[in-house]
Design a protein around this ligand. Sequence first.
Ligand SMILES: NC(=O)c1ccc[n+]([C@@H]2O[C@H](COP(=O)([O-])OP(=O)(O)OC[C@H]3O[C@@H](n4cnc5c(N)ncnc54)[C@H](OP(=O)(O)O)[C@@H]3O)[C@@H](O)[C@H]2O)c1
Length: 254
Amino acid sequence: MVIGAGNLATHLALALHRKGVNVIQILNRSRLAGEKLARRVKAGYHADFSAADFKADLFLLAVSDTAIEDVAKSLGLKDQLLVHTSGSVDMAVLSKASSNIGVFYPLQTFSKNKRINFGSIPLCIEANTHENEEKLLQLAKLISKKTRVLDSPQRKVLHMTAVFAGNFSNFMYTIAEDLLKKHGIPFSLLKPLILQTAAAARHEDVFSGQTGPAIRGDARIMDEHLEMLAKHGVYMEIYDLISKSIIKHKNRND
Ligand SMILES: NC(=O)c1ccc[n+]([C@@H]2O[C@H](COP(=O)([O-])OP(=O)(O)OC[C@H]3O[C@@H](n4cnc5c(N)ncnc54)[C@H](OP(=O)(O)O)[C@@H]3O)[C@@H](O)[C@H]2O)c1
């Protein structure tokens, strides 16, 4: 049973369906999205959360973080295994909705229209009993080669670091693209560098691969860059702050 029909619910339901898991029902507030997903995984559909089919072995809640607690309660469960899929929400928010609870959190960014290979996505599991943990691990291993048990505080740290590694990196590319555009230079020139940097980060101790003026302590280049950025206010502040952080980090490790 999958509750939700958004980005993650769609990918999860499809990945499970492809592995032969019988998704018996999709519950979703909006009919159009819910019915569409239900058709794709050959499941029943209902818009009313209190119409959940209690025959399901697992209730997989993939609704927006702010809706998790209320939607969970509205399912009217007692002891059925209920999990949410969020990186930043405590497992305990489900405790009023069922006595068997857990988390099934895939560390990746999902968009309905982008194909994704679930096999390589880390799936982070948490459960309130050893038995539930085993059930969730078994299911996770069906669709992913990378499963991991993390408790709520650990998962929240992981989620926070994903903001640095994923979201912030992307915004750095955005700044570069914006500045290049203003000077009529194609962003594609940076792509080999971006790909090589990401590839190098596959190894442990990523800071040992740090390059650039800050790690070299090249004050002349940094000053020149800051001057060039003077009319781009916030970009200059970001450049300055990150350069100072790199220097501090280097000195800490020396
Ligand atoms: N997308 C990702 O990259 C990603 C990655 C890892 C984990 N997650 C987690 O997955 C969960 C779903 O995220 P998503 O990105 O798939 O969200 P999404 O695409 O925005 O879809 C949100 C889903 O929640 C439902 N919903 C929202 N507010 C609701 C409410 N008040 N009552 C009932 N249903 C409500 C929506 O129903 P309607 O169709 O009716 O609007 C929709 O099915 C979140 O916990 C998120 O943290 C997401």
